[in-house]
Every structure is written in structure tokens, then in C-alpha cells.
Design a protein around this ligand. Structure first.
Ligand code: AMP
Length: 444
């Protein structure tokens, strides 16, 4: 199959040739004809599957072939993204695909001055890429009208809900024309996403290019158990031993990012960090330097790393496991992209056992553990498996305590046989702010 057989027009084919795209990826093969035919879409596609071209190419074609010229302060298509970084990245891709088309594109997001964005929107743009908060600001200030909107794309919809944008999405939903095409992309499909889809989409075609909630199988994943206090030391050891050249490292908190970067820089290692406290320009600079290999180790929080598109990134290290299990899939989606192989290593301490269990349950796999000599933890990481069970092996069978908890809370309930019964992981693979409510605001 080729892009030509999918029915794409010549200016798009020329752009793809320049970019070196030869064969459509599975999500593109399914999405392109459906979008060209005017269908709504509900696509379960992870980052790295080529989903951006999957929606952008047919969207560009429809906008070129159909519909009136864009009016002042209007947009004909809107692509909503959870973060500024993703908005920038999606816009860059769209602009590349549109290089031979007479269409205008633009990206708006918060954290930068709104005035230049308002100026730019005066003439209208064919495709607007936006984060939800800034889009609403522009709409409320009359800088943007949405009555000419033909198509709405919700990119990484699960992430938008994770980041607490459900209310913004509900507001945007009320601003949209009823007659429109809507395309929803999400790495994972929880009940909340299905609810959102039920409200926003009209008889959508469902596309699932990888099994539900399963991470890309081109990524080799394993866990190194270690004591919390020795994580940084282990990281440096593994880095030197493996001669790592370019590594994206995830830490749980902003302080965690800063502490690791300080430690690495103190050892003369070329490292930089990005997190939500840093200004957008600083984050972009760090990212650009990492992409151009000026920086070897980039340490990031989940929010800051969202949407990073670094081709051929060989290795992702989870210095801390994510609190929300689905972030694990997003994190490791940074490697193993577009058919390349990649590695994802997680440094896991005993405190993180419930997170590990939630990740294994979500991805339906038991992650291989590799003990690193001299770093065997004093605090053993209890055994886990894909059933969500955390098995604490006692040295001697104990009698149940009155509270029903043998040892730490959430590690499992002891039963008479000395076995451990399945426990609910305290960190469930669910979103933090999951409610999409199109009705009136609930009182808090
Ligand atoms: P995405 O999942 O949209 O973030 O895309 C992941 C990466 O794959 C990006 O770097 C794209 O440029 C690249 N890509 C997308 N489609 C293709 C294709 N058909 N052939 C080669 N590379 C592609």
C-alpha cells in the first residue's frame, strides 16, 4: 500500500516524499480513507504510531478541496492538544505536510503573551492547533470565532482529561458548531474517554492499531530493583556501564528533576532538566539542545515531557515510576517509534511496588527484573504480576492481624494459609480528574 493508493493528492504526496515517508503506518492506512470520506473517528493509537499524519493528511486534503475561504478571526479546523510542547510539535508536522498547499496554520498556547496570537488570528487561519485554556481565552476575548469550524481533532484526549481539562473541553464543546467532523485520538481508552467520545462524536469509526492499553512491543522493558537512596548512584553506574549516549529520564517531581540534574552536572555529566516551573522558552531550549545531542541526559516530569518527538531515541529511564499508570505508556512511547526498537528501564524501589503492580496490570505483562550486582536493595521490592497482585513473601507465615493487614497497608491481605490474597493496588490505573461533564458546573 502507498499513500497514493489511499487517495491523497499530489501536493501531499510530494511533501511525504521529501520527508521520506514511504509506506503508511497501520493507523494512517485506516484513518486516511475514513477521514477523507467524512467519518468521525475514535482512534486508539499511541504516540509513535504516526497518528499525527493519520489525521493531518486527510484534514489538509479536505480543507484544500472543500469549503469556503477562511473568514477573519476564524479557523476551519481545530486541533486540541494537552500541552504546549505537543501543540508545537503537531503544528510543526502539519506545517511540513502542508508545505505545498495554499493553507495557513498556526499554534496557540498559554505561558506566552496572548497579543501576538490575537493579531495573528485577525486574518483567520485554516488550521489552528491549540491547548484548551488558551483557546477559551481567545474565544472569550473575541479573537476567535468557531462558526466556520469544519473539523475538530482531539489529540491525546486521555492526557487532556489527566491534566484536568474536562471542564475546558465541556466549554469548548458548547462553542462548536453542531455540524462538524470530529476525530478523537487517545493512547488509552478508559471509560471517561468513551464517555467523552459518546458526547463529542457522531457514529464514529473505531480504530485500534495496538491492543488496548498495551505498550508498543518494539520497546524492550525491564525493571532494576534498588533502594530509593541509591537510585542516582545506580543511574550513573548504569549510564557508564551501558555507555548511554542520549537518555530521556523521567522523575516524579520538579524537585526530583532538579536534584538529579544537579547531581549529574556535579559529576561533569552533560544533563539538563525540564518541568512545569521552568519558562516555556527555557524548556524549549533544553529540548532543542537534547535533540541536537548537545545535552546527553534530559530529565523531565511527565507534564513537561508530553509530546516530545525525538526520533530514534534509544532509551528511556524511569528514575521514578509514574503515579498514574497510563503515564508509563506515554513515557515509553518516546522510544521504539515508527518501528525502531528501544529500551525502557525502570529503577524501582520498595515504596513503588503498588505503582509497578498497576503498570503491569494496565500493560498486561510482568516486567522482567534484573538485579544489578552491588545494588541489590536492602528493602526488597515485593513480587508483582500482571494480575495486579502484590505478593509479599514472609520469612515465616504470620497470623492475620486484627486490621487484616500483614505488614504494610495495600501490600495484600494475609489469609490463614500464610498466602497472600489479591490486593487492590493503592494506585489504580485510572485518571485523576476524569469527569467530562457537559451539563452545568457542579458545586465543589
Ligand atoms: P506520531 O505518532 O504522529 O508522533 O509519529 C511518530 C514519528 O513517526 C514521527 O517522527 C513521524 O515523523 C514519523 N512517521 C509518521 N508516519 C510515518 C511514515 N508513514 N513513515 C515514516 N515515518 C513516519
Amino acid at each position: 500500500m502507498t499513500f497514493a493508493t489511499l487517495g491523497l493528492i499530489e501536493p501531499l504526496l510530494r511533501a511525504l516524499e521529501t520527508l521520506g515517508y514511504q509506506t503508511p503506518t497501520p493507523v494512517q492506512a485506516q484513518a486516511i480513507p475514513a477521514v477523507l470520506a467524512g467519518r468521525d473517528l475514535m482512534a486508539a493509537a499511541q504516540t509513535g504510531t504516526g497518528k499525527t499524519a493519520g489525521f493531518a493528511l486527510p484534514l489538509l486534503q479536505l480543507l484544500t478541496m472543500e469549503g469556503p475561504k477562511v473568514a477573519a478571526n476564524s479557523a476551519r479546523a481545530l486541533i486540541l492538544c494537552p500541552t504546549r510542547e505537543l501543540a508545537e510539535q503537531v503544528h510543526a508536522s502539519v506545517a511540513e505536510y502542508a508545505q505545498h498547499l495554499p493553507l495557513t496554520t498556526y499554534a496557540v498556547y498559554g505561558g506566552v503573551s496572548i497579543n501576538p496570537q490575537m493579531m495573528k488570528l485577525r486574518k483567520g487561519v485554516d488550521i489552528l492547533v491549540a491547548t484548551p485554556g488558551r483557546l477559551i481565552d481567545l474565544f472569550r476575548q473575541n479573537a476567535l470565532k468557531l462558526n466556520q469550524l469544519q473539523t475538530l481533532v482531539l489529540d491525546e484526549a486521555d492526557r487532556m482529561l489527566d491534566l484536568g481539562f474536562s471542564e475546558e473541553l465541556a466549554n469548548i464543546y458548547r462553542m462548536l458548531p453542531k455540524k462538524r467532523q470530529t476525530l478523537l485520538f487517545s493512547a488509552t481508552f478508559s471509560d471517561d474517554i468513551r464517555l467523552l467520545a459518546g458526547q463529542m462524536l457522531n457514529d464514529p469509526l473505531s480504530i485500534e492499531v495496538s491492543p488496548r492499553n498495551v505498550a508498543a512491543n518494539t520497546v524492550k522493558q525491564w525493571v532494576v530493583p534498588v533502594d530509593k537512596k541509591r537510585k542516582a548512584e545506580l543511574f550513573v553506574h548504569l549510564m557508564r556501564k551501558g555507555r548511554w549516549k542520549q537518555v530521556l529520564v523521567f522523575a516524579k517531581t520538579r524537585n526530583g528533576v532538579d536534584a538529579l540534574v544537579d547531581k549529574l552536572q556535579g559529576l561533569g555529566i552533560n544533563a539538563d532538566g525540564i518541568h512545569g516551573d521552568k519558562p516555556q522558552a527555557t524548556r524549549q531550549r533544553a529540548l532543542d539542545r537534547f535533540k541536537s545531542s548537545e545535552v546527553q541526559i534530559l530529565v523531565a516530569t511527565d507534564v513537561a515531557a508530553r509530546g516530545l518527538d525525538i526520533e530514534d531515541l534509544p532509551l528511556v529511564v524511569n528514575f521514578d515510576l509514574p503515579i498514574v499508570a497510563e503515564d508509563y505508556i506515554h513515557r515509553i512511547g518516546r522510544t521504539g517509534r515508527a518501528g525502531n526498537t528501544g529500551e525502557a528501564i525502570s529503577l524501582v524501589c520498595a515504596d513503588e511496588v503498588n505503582m509497578l503492580s498497576a503498570i503491569e496490570m494496565l500493560t498486561r505483562q510482568t516486567l522482567t527484573r534484573k538485579m544489578e550486582p552491588d545494588f541489590e536493595p536492602e528493602h526488597r521490592v515485593p513480587d508483582t504480576d500482571a494480575s495486579g497482585q502484590v505478593v509479599k513473601k514472609p520469612k515465616k507465615p504470620k497470623k492475620p492481624k486484627a486490621s487484616g493487614g500483614g505488614g504494610k497497608r495495600n501490600l495484600g491481605k494475609w489469609v490463614d494459609s500464610g498466602e497472600v490474597a489479591p490486593a487492590e493496588p493503592s494506585i489504580k490505573p485510572v485518571r485523576k480528574v476524569p469527569v467530562f461533564n457537559t451539563g452545568p458546573r457542579k458545586k465543589k
